[in-house]
Design a protein around this ligand. Structure first.
Ligand code: ASP
Length: 283
């Protein structure tokens, strides 16, 4: 059974590459599971269901929170973790291909979590892996696990205020072009009904036409705003993301236009920097 766009629906033994592998029912099922395991995360109960299992954690791009969140979740459930970070100490620095690395490393693990700077590269890992692969961020592509957590948080916080996600208005501000969490979250929120997205980004960091089309085709409204202030008006939620400097080439950064935009954007980010990929709720 297929969720969308030819990717197999997410389920046991499957790769997690994109939020497009979910529909509303499977999303709810996952959130019910999250509620169930919450006491384990909070150390109110102990569970060793992953006893004997090994997570291969491959992070070829900087990460603190995402990597440690996966690793600690696996350890909390009784599993073991092997990890490699960056290219320098990986065999890729010697020219080994993604397919070779994946094939071999997947033989040492029960599941792989992979972050890589190129969009589509985690899917390449998955294609060669003998175990399930979780996309922990592929360049400017997607970051499905963060979007799942963001949706879960957003829904619980809205519900606590007596509002459903359906019909909500969300201000999405910052680097919408390279911010992969934005791409994943907007696609995931497209599973809800009639969401209004008020978007603001510095020029040249606008939302890609693909994400925009994906969301609009599913009956949601995208309102382009000229400032953060305008985006905040009427918003139930503000989702603010930083400028993803690491995705911009020196050449692009050097152009006066982008440099100016980044400077201007600094003001916008100042109020939202604390959020850096998190969600802030406007009462
Ligand atoms: N942690 C998120 C990511 O890896 C957000 C960010 O880095 O801005 O994309």
């Amino acid at each position: 059974m297929t969720a969308t766009d030819g990717l197999p629906a997410f389920g046991p033994g499957r790769h997690l590459l994109s939020v497009q592998q979910f529909d509303r029912i499977s999303l709810q099922r996952l959130f019910d599971m999250a509620d169930l395991v919450r006491p384990i995360a909070e150390r109110r109960t102990v569970c060793t269901v992953l006893d004997g299992a090994i997570l291969g954690s491959l992070f070829f791009e900087p990460s603190t929170r995402t990597r440690l969140s996966f690793e600690s979740a696996f350890l909390r459930l009784g599993g073991e973790v092997t990890t490699t970070t960056g290219f320098t100490f990986s065999s890729m620095a010697k020219g080994e291909s993604i397919a070779d690395t994946s094939r071999v490393v997947s033989g040492y693990s029960d599941v792989l979590v992979v972050r890589h700077p190129d969009a589509g590269s985690v899917a390449e890992f998955a294609a060669a892996s003998v175990v399930p692969v979780v996309n922990a961020g592929d360049g400017a592509g997607e970051h499905p696990s963060q979007a799942l957590l963001d949706f879960y948080t957003l829904e619980s916080e809205l519900e606590a205020r007596g509002k459903p996600v359906d019909g909500c208005t969300i201000a999405v501000v910052g680097d919408l072009k390279y911010g992969r969490t934005v791409h994943s979250l907007m696609k995931l929120l497209a599973l809800a009904e009639k969401v209004t997205f008020k978007v603001f980004s510095p020029p040249s960091l606008e939302l890609s036409i693909d994400v925009e089309r994906f969301v609009r085709e599913r009956g949601h409204l995208i309102v382009d705003c000229d400032s953060v202030t305008e985006a905040l008006v009427g918003a139930d939620v503000v989702y603010a993301t930083r400028v993803q400097r690491e995705r911009m080439t020196e050449e692009v950064l050097a152009t006066a236009n982008v440099a100016g935009n980044l400077r201007d954007h600094h003001h916008a980010s100042a109020s939202t920097r604390f959020a850096d990929g998190l969600i802030r709720f406007v009462e």
